[in-house]
Ligand binder design. Sequence first.
Ligand code: NAP
Length: 333
Amino acid sequence: MALVMSCWWRGRFFFRIFAKVAVQSEIMSILLVIPDRKLTHLVAELQQQLPQVPIVVWPDVPDPDAISFAVVWRQPAGSLTPFNNLRALQSFGAGVDNILVDPLLPKLPLARIVDPDLTASMIQYLDTALGFYRYRFDEYINAQQTQRWHPRSRRQLKAVTVLGLGELGAAVAMHLSQQGWQVSGWSNSAKHIDGVNCYAGLAELPLALAETDVLICLLPLTSTTNNLLNSETLAFCRQGVIFINVARGAIVDDDALLAALQSGQVSAACLDVFRQEPLPAEHPYWQQPNVLVTPHISAVTNAQTAVTQIVENYKRCMASLPMFNLIDQQRGY
Ligand code: NAP
């Protein structure tokens, strides 16, 4: 009898522990809210690094209360509201504008991806674009359409301005300075970067824009940068400036840019990002001869790096430690 009682107590004890662990593991699930992407690889990578943690892909969520951490990118508005035990959010990319735009976004810490590979890719894209214009490839592409043989000297491009001196902008500005460009940069707060004329705040924007041959936009999209590049601000630039946008489409007033491209105020534009993506078939940018369109490929999130950072931040979140690369939701970046 004593033996039976002892087994019963032990059984009860182990059952309690098992139940507790099961409950804990239930509320440790990671949710992926990344619509319109194939997530098989990401799920497999996460599962390999976190074998105990259920990885759940929205909208197929059997137990919403089990979700404690969400990886998000362009999530539908309100899609995160059913998750009462959610503790933190992780952007799947460097930007967060497409996440913060959700009016029903839970008020939780939000981290983003910061990756040297992303920076390297952005630098390579911009080097390529600058070479493209310096060697007048834009003109030769048009000349080829009519079989015109018309050699010209290289464009005299010397000065470049980088709007935004964050992770990407500061690295781009330093790189271009090392390549011999005269570099100016513009940010919210004052900066000191070797080889870069740094300007800050709206009052200094005209100074940053004047005297530049090439204007590169690497600002985040926020309520203050929305339509920042409009007819008034583009007019601060030297006539014939070349414009490269690798940040977000909505920072630019499209009608103002098209007018500037037609008047010659802006001589050419290389656009990687658009207010609406994919760029709609009827959009005038497709037909504008001095516009080069690329489909948002200047710096694409590397899934491998993203997994490492997601796992790290997930573990920190579970250990109640602050996550890496948190963004300031008041500022919007
Ligand atoms: P970040 O580290 O957050 O830096 C943002 C920079 O912009 C900071 O220097 C900030 O100034 C400045 N800034 C923000 N608002 C401003 C304002 N109103 N006036 C003046 N300066 C302002 O961002 P990041 O990592 O460099 O990335 C920049 C953007 O690139 C991202 O937000 C994303 O939209 C875009 N992006 C595009 C691609 C692509 O494939 N095309 C890939 C990655 C990222 P302070 O330093 O003073 O705060």
